[in-house]
Ligand binder design. Structure first.
Ligand code: TGC
Ligand code: FAD
Length: 391
């Protein structure tokens, strides 16, 4: 006997039923907020290669910046709620989720985890409210996949750190008041809090991106910047382990976030093929179109369940970074392929900005590459399976 199916697409397996009342409320309120605040401006931002910076304090007021961190006036939400927030932001645009990922997982998290009490109590409330914006500088120009080969240095001269070098592909770089910069010191790789108004700091916005256009990406330059001794994150010891632990937080959010982009494309395509009549019938009545939709629904359900289990592992403290690699790699690849298939089902209309599929598809090319490329995540999992690093 078959029970009546109660859950509407794209929640085919009624995953909503596995959420708490509070988590469902977070989804509906963030969706309403994003629809009201960001959806009306996202196409213009995308076309103009800008980020709607004037709206950041409203995201802060909703508790969505560093929303999974505890104390310092932050929301302290559970891992699944945080994932659901990322999903709702990326349903609008990957650039919006990126902003929140960088601010929360790559700037606030390292301060929360590795900072002094003074650094935490000064920066976390400001970053959480959106009063201050941060960026995270790890990648350099010659090969982002291998951050250990960085050439940026910090050396102690008297009671000051002297910072020299450059970073590339830095999200929010020219919007930020504070940069978390990872640099080589005689004592290994350490994190520094660098005010962007420091003498010797400059940021240059990168233009001409064909992906993630509603997000500001910059190059950062450090020319003999003098920093107080207290600018270092005191607990950021252990080589790359600390910056990599921040990436784990951001990659977790991406594994959830891309589901929002995929669901938005799927919803749009389903509505489109029901209306669009070709050869005398709606496209939805064609077997090949139904096969495409059914394949997406099946893979979407798998990706949703993967994210949910990932959230449970994180919440129970059992999360290993290779769990996150599997979810980031699988869900981003799925979302990218889905956006492309949906773009195809819209025909010529699919290349127009009035429809979202192509914008999401182009964005997801970046998401496929940043925070560890697709290949790098497969290699991380490969090294867990075999015990042999093949980077
Ligand atoms: P490896 O020898 O593998 O590891 C060194 C130590 O770190 C530990 N570890 C991790 N810990 C926490 N989280 C992770 N993800 C970790 N990965 C490794 C590891 O267990 C080890 O600990 P221990 O105790 O044994 O010392 O390090 P490796 O130098 O060989 O690097 C390996 C590799 C290639 C996987 C790593 O370098 C890597 O992940 N490369 C990709 C770089 C990357 O993802 N960059 C992203 C830059 S930020 C960005 O893109 C922001 S986009 C904006 C947005 O998020 O929206
Ligand atoms: P490369 O490392 O040169 O890789 C090129 C190709 O080689 C890829 O296909 C890769 O998979 C493959 N490859 C690399 N190594 C291996 C290997 N060992 N075996 C087999 N194949 C390999 N970084 C930050 O620090 N902060 C940010 O805020 C940030 N924001 C970004 C925003 C955008 C829009 C983009 C595009 C990037 C951002 N990045 C940021 C950088 C991002 O993390 C890097 O682009 C990424 O890590 C890949 O590095 P790369 O571009 O140098 O490519």
């Amino acid at each position: 006997m078959s029970a009546p199916r109660t859950s509407p697409f794209p929640d085919f397996y009624d995953i909503n039923d596995l959420l708490t009342e509070e988590q469902r409320l977070i989804v509906s309120s963030v969706r309403e907020f994003v629809t009201r605040q960001f959806a009306p401006v996202i196409n213009r931002c995308y076309m103009e290669e800008t980020f709607p910076i004037d709206k950041i304090k409203s995201i802060g007021a909703m508790g969505l910046l560093g929303g999974n961190l505890k104390g310092y006036g932050l929301a302290g939400m559970d891992a699944i709620s945080y994932g659901l927030v990322m999903k709702e932001l990326e349903r609008c645009d990957s650039g919006l989720r990126s902003f929140a990922s960088v601010q929360g997982a790559l700037v606030m998290y390292p301060i929360h985890e590795y900072g002094s009490e003074e650094q935490k109590s000064y920066w976390l409330p400001r970053l959480g409210s959106g009063e201050a914006i941060g960026c995270f500088g790890l990648t350099e120009s010659y090969g982002g996949s291998d951050p250990g080969a960085m050439t940026t240095t910090a050396v102690l001269k008297g009671d000051k750190w002297i910072l020299n070098g450059s970073k590339m592909w830095i999200t929010n770089g020219s919007l930020a008041q504070i940069a978390i910069v990872w640099a080589k010191t005689p004592d290994g790789i350490r994190g520094f809090l660098v005010p962007t108004n420091a003498k010797g700091f400059s940021a240059k916005k990168m233009t001409g991106k064909l992906s993630l256009r509603a997000s500001v990406t910059s190059e950062l330059y450090f020319d003999n910047i003098e920093l107080e001794k207290s600018a270092m994150l005191p607990k950021s010891t252990g080589g790359l382990k600390c910056p990599l632990s921040c990436l784990t937080q951001a990659r977790y959010g991406i594994a959830w976030g891309v589901l929002g982009a995929a669901e938005a494309c799927f919803d749009e395509a389903v509505n489109y093929v029901k209306d669009r009549v070709v050869f005398g019938k709606p496209l939805a009545a064609k077997q090949i179109v139904q096969m495409k939709l059914a394949t997406i629904a099946s893979r979407l359900t798998q990706a949703q369940l993967l994210a949910l289990r990932l959230g449970q592992l994180k919440e129970s403290g059992k999360l290993h970074h290779s769990h996150v690699s599997i979810a980031k790699q699988n869900n981003v690849q799925f979302a990218l392929e889905t956006a492309r298939t949906c773009r195809d089902m819209l025909g010529g209309n699919g290349i127009m900005i009035e429809y979202q599929a192509m914008r999401h598809m182009c964005n997801l090319e970046t998401v496929y590459t940043y925070e560890g490329t697709n290949d790098i995540h497969l290699l991380i999992v490969g090294s867990e399976i075999t015990g042999i690093q093949a980077f």
